[in-house]
Design a binder for this molecule. Structure first.
Ligand code: ASP
Length: 335
């Protein structure tokens, strides 16, 4: 009897038991992700469609590596080199990649809701590789895995009693939304920190605390996740729901550095960068994360990014394990 397949579109609404199952499966994949054991029989002969309609380094390459470690080939599409530039819709593109023979689709798009829209007509599992300002589920899973491992919680993935700060451009961040959902479901207290324009009080409806004074928060937390200021998302595109979503070809977004998003890079840095001086305020065991790409010298200092507290490259390695586990989970492959 074949196991049911499923999509991985969002972590909000996912049950704690399912989250823990995905994390346990990811933990078990770490040796194979690092090439120490061979799991290339698992998806041998199958193909994973990688539909990256928006730029990506880590997510695209780590889904590629995950598919390859499981023995699958990839059907690799980048929007610049596809018929999306001729006006083909994202849904038509996706259904064509399915018709070519993909067993699963990974979708990255500027439009919030794009992966959901593609998942409706698709007959194969769809994994959200980041959609607009909405969600980035595999990123939050790799963050949760890294936090749990760094703080000795990876046996059961129970994060009760931990405080985790997410700092910066929270309003624009799909990484923050997926992390707030996952980390709080696992028992952690999530505190989002940023200027009121980037971390408005209304975000507390997501189940997190909202603070504006980073210096007050830092000494209290066990992990701090720094976010990039996403200037390219400050123009309003992809800000809510699925409107203007997958059925339209992506319009090129101009990155506006506007006074409404931050007053100036300098003022932002003064209030919200994780400088070396600020990192010294952290508890001795506290760990520093960043989803990348890092803008060194803006949201984080060089020696913090490369310092002993930094889990940044471990996050990336864990990303391969999480994507291997997610592909298997979506394709109904037993643990
Ligand atoms: N790489 C992350 C994302 O795709 C974070 C970022 O772009 O700043 O959402």
């Amino acid at each position: 009897m074949p196991r049911p397949t499923r999509d991985l579109l969002a972590l909000r609404g996912m049950g704690t038991a399912e989250l823990k199952e995905l994390l346990a499966r990811s933990r078990a994949m770490i040796p194979a992700a690092m090439g120490r054991t061979d799991l290339s029989h698992i998806l041998k002969g199958r193909a994973v469609g990688l539909l990256f309609f928006e730029d990506s380094t880590r997510t695209r390459l780590s889904f590629t590596m995950a598919a390859q470690r499981l023995g699958a080939t990839t059907l690799d599409l980048a929007s610049g080199g596809s018929s999306v530039s001729k006006g083909e819709t994202l849904i038509d593109t996706a259904l064509n990649v399915e018709a070519i023979g993909a067993a699963a689709l990974v979708v990255r798009a500027k439009q919030s809701g794009a992966a959901h829209q593609i998942a409706q007509p698709a007959k194969i599992p769809v994994l959200n590789g980041g959609d607009g300002k909405h969600e980035h589920p595999t990123q939050a899973l790799l963050d949760a895995l890294t936090i749990a491992e760094s703080l000795g919680r990876s046996a059961a993935f129970d994060l009760t009693g931990l405080s985790i700060a997410i700092v910066g451009d929270v309003i624009s961040s799909r990484v923050a939304r997926s992390n707030i959902a996952a980390l709080s479901a696992l028992g952690a207290q999530v505190i989002v920190v940023g200027p009121p324009t980037l971390a408005p009080k209304s975000m507390s409806t997501l189940g997190c605390k909202v603070e504006h004074d980073l210096d007050n928060v830092l000494p209290t937390v066990d992990a701090v996740m720094m976010l990039r200021v996403q200037f390219e998302r400050h123009g309003g595109e992809g800000s809510s729901g699925a409107s203007g979503g997958a059925s339209h070809a992506a319009a090129p977004a101009k990155p506006p550095i506007t006074p409404s998003s931050i007053v100036s890079v300098r003022a932002y840095r003064e209030g919200y960068a994780l400088t070396s001086a600020r990192a010294a305020m952290l508890k001795p065991h506290a760990v520093v994360l960043h989803p990348g790409p890092i803008n060194r010298g803006i949201e984080m200092d060089q020696d913090v990014a490369d310092g002993p507290r930094s889990a940044v490259l471990r996050q990336v390695t864990h990303g391969v394990a999480v994507r291997m586990a997610s592909l298997c989970w979506c394709l109904g492959i037993p643990a």
